[in-house]
Design a protein around this ligand. Sequence first.
Ligand code: 0R9
Length: 638
Amino acid sequence: MGYNASNISVLEGLDPVRKRPGMYVGSTTVKGLNHLIYEIMDNSVDEHLAGYCNNITVILGKDGSATVEDDGRGIPVDLHEKGYPAERIIMTTLHAGGKFDNSNYKTSGGLHGVGSSVVNALSEKMIVQVMRDGCVYQDEYSKGKPVLKLKKGELLPIVDKTEKTGTKITFYPDGSIFDTTKFKADALRERIKETAYLNPELTVSFINERDGKEMEIFHEPEGISGFVDSLLLQENEEKRLTKTVSIAGEKDGISVKVSFCFSQRFGDNIVSFCNNINTMEGGTHVNGFKSGFAKVINQYAHELGNIKDKNVNFTGNDTRSGMTAVISISHPSPRFEGQTKTKLDNTEVQSVVVSVLNAKLQYCFDRDLDTLKTIISRAEMSARLRKEEERIRTNLSDKKFAFEGNGKLARQELNDPSKCEIFIVEGKSAGGTAKTGRDRTFQAILPIRGKILNVEKQSVDKVLANEEIKAIVNALGCGFSQGYGNDFNINNLKYDKIIIAADADVDGGHISTLLLTLFYRFMPELIYAGKLYRAMPPLYRVKPKKGKAEYIYDDKALNEYRAKHGNNFDVQRYKGLGEMDSEQLWETTMDPKTRKLKQICMQDVLDANRLTSVLMGEEVAPRREYIISNADKATLDV
Ligand code: 0R9
C-alpha cells in the first residue's frame, strides 16, 4: 500500500480515553495494564503482516517503563494535511490509522492504529522514536499531550542519525488511572510466545530488566503445529497417540490454518485465533472446524466399515476425543461478540472452514492411514463409553444417582466454598483425630477406610457402587465426568482445597495413588484447576535434651539435624497419622499457618498411573522390580 499522509482520518481527541479507560483497555486492573503493551505490540505485528518487519523487542524497564521496538518502515513522520507530522496525529487522536484499505493491509489483533493513542492517553509519559530516511526522529508526550509544541508545518526534531528503520515506543503507565503500574511479566511472556507461534517468520525478544532476567528470544518457525506440540508437552507428551497434522487453505479472502494431534487426554483442547486475537469463547471458525472434522471422520468410518449402519454416526465429541488443536484464521473484517468480545461472529466463516477441512483433511488422511485409524479407534472407544454411561444413567434411579451420603463426613460450619477445605483422611483412627483437631469453622473431614477401589480397570457402574467413592463424590458436590455428556460442574464444588491426608509410608502412598487415579478419571478438571493437594505430614518429631521439639519431614532433614545435634536428642518416628494426637495433627498437617501441602499436578497423576499399573496390573516382572527397588522404604515400616 502506498502510504499517503492524507489517508489518515481524524476523528476525536483523547479526553474520552482518560474519562473512561475501561472502555478502551477492558479494565484498569493489571489485565488492562498489560493490555497497553499488547496494543503497541499489535501495531508492530501489523507491520510484520504487511511484510516489512521481522523483529520485535519488548522490554520491561527497571524504572517501571515498557518499551516495544520493531524494525519495520517506521511510523510516517511527514506532514499530514493539517500541517503536523503523521506520527503526532496517530498518537493524539482516537480512531486514527493509516490502513483503512483492508485488502492491502492484513490486520492483527490491534485496534487498527487506535491502540497507540489510547496507550498514550493512559501514560504518564511516552517517548516515540522513529527510524526512517537515515534519521532518528523523536517525540514525547505526557498523559497524551505533546511535550514539544510544534508550529504548523514544522517536522519532528531529529536526535540522531541511523542506518536502521523502525519504531521504538517507551511508555510509563499513569498510576492515577491503573490500580497498579507493575506489569505482569508472566502473562506478557505467554502473550509473546503465542505471538511467535502465530507468526512463524517473526522473532520476538523479551527483556525483563525489571526483574533482572536474561533476554529470551521467541522464534517458532513450526508455527501453530509447534504450538500444538507445546500444549501437549504441558499436558503429557508420552501419551501422544498420533503425529501432529497441519492443514491450511484459503477461500473468499479468509485464510484458515489448523494443526491437531491426538493423545490419551479426555475430551478435547481447542485453542483458536482470528487475526491473532485469542478467541477464548470460540465462534464460527471453531464450530466450522468441529462440524467439518466430524463429517470427514464419519465419512471414512463408513467407507472403512468401522460403522456398519449407514444411519449411525459418531458424535462430534467422539471424533475429538483426545484432540489438542490450534485454529488460526485471518479475516479482512472480523466481528466479535460474547461476554469478553472473544467469540467470532462472522457467519460466512463456518462454511469456509468446513470446505477447507473437507478438501485438505481427505488429502492428509489418504496419505496417512495410521493417524486416521487411531482417530477412528479413539472415536469408537468414546462412543462405547458414551453408550455405557447412557445405560447406567437410565438404569440408576435418580435417588441412587444422587449418591446418598453415608454419614461419615464431618462438615464444616461455613458455607462459602472459597473459604472451605476438605481433608480426605485415610484410616479410622486418623479420621477421628482429624475431626477433633481441625478448625471446624472451615475444615471438613471425610475419613475413608481401607483401600479404595482401583478405578483403572473397573466399569463405571462398579466404580459408582463403591461406598468410599460415593462418599467422596457426594461430599465434593460437583458430580463426575466420564469424558462425555458429563454432569461434572466445577462451579458446584463445595471446597476450595481438597486435601488428601495419607500416611507417609508405602501404604499411604498407594492410597494417594488410587485417589489420584480416581480424580483423574472422573474429575480431571479438579486437577487442572489446581484444587487437589496432598498433605505432607512429618516423618519424625525430635526433641533435644534441652530445647524445643521440632518436626522433621524427611530423612535428609533428619540427617542434617543429627549432624548438628549429635545423638543428644530423642526421636519419635510417626508411622501413621493416627499416631499423632489431635494437637500434633493440627499443628503439623492441618493448620494453614504451619502445615506443608503439595499441590497435585499432572506429573503426579502420570506417576500415579504408572505406579497403579505396576502394582495392580497383570504383569508380574515390573511389580517385583518395583518392590525390590523400593524395599528400603518398605522395610522402614516393618
Ligand atoms: C513499536 C510499535 N510500533 C508501532 O506502533 C508501529 C506503527 C507502524 C506503522 C507503520 C510501520 N511501522 C509501524 N510500527 C506504517 C508505515 C507505513 C504505512 N503504514 C504503516 C509507511 O511507511 O508507508 N503505522 C501504523 C499506522 C501508521 N503507521 C500510519 F497511520 F501512520 F500510517
